[in-house]
Design a binder for this molecule. Structure first.
Ligand code: CUA
Length: 319
């Protein structure tokens, strides 16, 4: 993706970048005229032996031109900006959904709107950190606030930029015209981690958005469920931890492969793909039947079925 002025990907960025190029073109013309006139005069009227400067008083034509033209330019810039400001600040018409955004040192957090598709089984709403997923071609309103100091939300290719202020709510909107991943950056110096306070907006095709939300809700529910916690305990206190390492836990076995990011891997042990609940369950139950000769023993009948299910639930959270 190019710089936003060359590669705007939404109506907001587009309207701002058009204005940017109009101003830029005018600035180049003005610069060329000023530097050109200066250079020309410097050469033509330079001091030479025997030359006496001509004394003049006023030049009506020139004075009128350099008063009227800049005045017209400034008036047009004002009008163009004003007209765009109405468009940019219109956060309420045709809004498809409203996402709450919280800036804190040093990450962005998102809470999805109170709609059935974003509800977790425990009644809470889907939340996410660092990444905001939106449907393509729809106007998304953002309600921003901050936990500690002032931050600023900016995703250049989508346009718009707004401060997130503690104890106060500000609003803006974004819209992506094409599916894709849009990178952004906190734009207000907010302490040591400011440079790393990144944000990613992922725009999904409209017909895939509901499927994304379903998966996201499932994953969020899994991460907080008691099943998952029981699975973690079973893994760490059972035979699994003797062979496998999961970074950030007490599991440090060296015999089997590391499982720190097992849920993001393309396959299980190179033979079973994708890494999902069904395949992981099959694998833990009876790995030797899938990959003969493997060191990992069969756990079917060794561990209770319920415990295997819980362990799988936990493994699925290891992204
Ligand atoms: Cu948050 Cu800079």
């Amino acid at each position: 993706m190019g710089p936003w002025t060359l590669d705007p990907r939404g109506p907001l960025a587009e309207s701002i970048s058009v204005l940017y190029w109009i101003l830029f073109a005018c600035a180049v013309v003005v610069l060329a005229i000023v530097v050109g006139a200066l250079t020309y005069s410097g050469i033509k009227f330079r001091d030479r032996p025997g030359r006496v400067a001509q004394q003049i008083h006023g030049q009506n034509t020139f004075e009128l031109i350099w008063t009227i033209v800049p005045t017209l330019m400034v008036i047009s810039f004002t009008a163009l900006s004003w007209q765009r400001l109405n468009f940019i600040n219109d956060v309420n018409s045709n809004v498809a959904m409203t996402v709450k955004v919280e800036g804190r040192q040093w990450a962005w957090g998102f809470t999805y709107p109170d709609q059935p598709m974003f509800k977790l089984p425990d009644g809470t709403l889907l939340q996410a950190g660092e990444q905001l997923d939106i449907p393509v071609g729809q106007k998304i309103k953002l309600e921003l606030t901050a936990k500690d100091v002032i931050h600023s939300f900016w995703v250049p290719n989508l346009g718009g930029k707004k401060d997130a202020v503690p104890g106060h709510t500000t609003t803006m909107w974004i819209q992506a015209d094409q599916p894709g991943t849009y990178k952004g950056q906190c734009f207000e110096f907010c302490g040591d981690g400011h440079a790393d306070m990144l944000v990613t907006v992922v725009a999904h095709p409209q017909n895939e958005y509901a499927a994304w939300a379903k998966t996201a809700v499932e994953e969020a529910a899994r991460a907080t469920s008691p099943e998952t916690k029981a699975g973690r305990d079973a893994f760490l206190s059972g035979p699994c931890a003797g062979c496998h390492t999961v970074k950030g836990t007490t599991a440090a076995g060296k015999v089997g492969p590391e499982l720190t990011h097992i849920a993001s891997k393309p396959n299980i042990a190179g033979v079973l793909s994708p890494v999902n609940q069904e395949n992981l369950t099959k694998w833990v139950r009876n790995a030797p039947s899938i990959k003969p000769g493997i060191l990992m023993p069969k756990f079917e009948g060794v561990l209770p079925d319920q415990q295997i299910d819980q362990i799988v639930q936990w493994l699925l959270t290891l992204k």
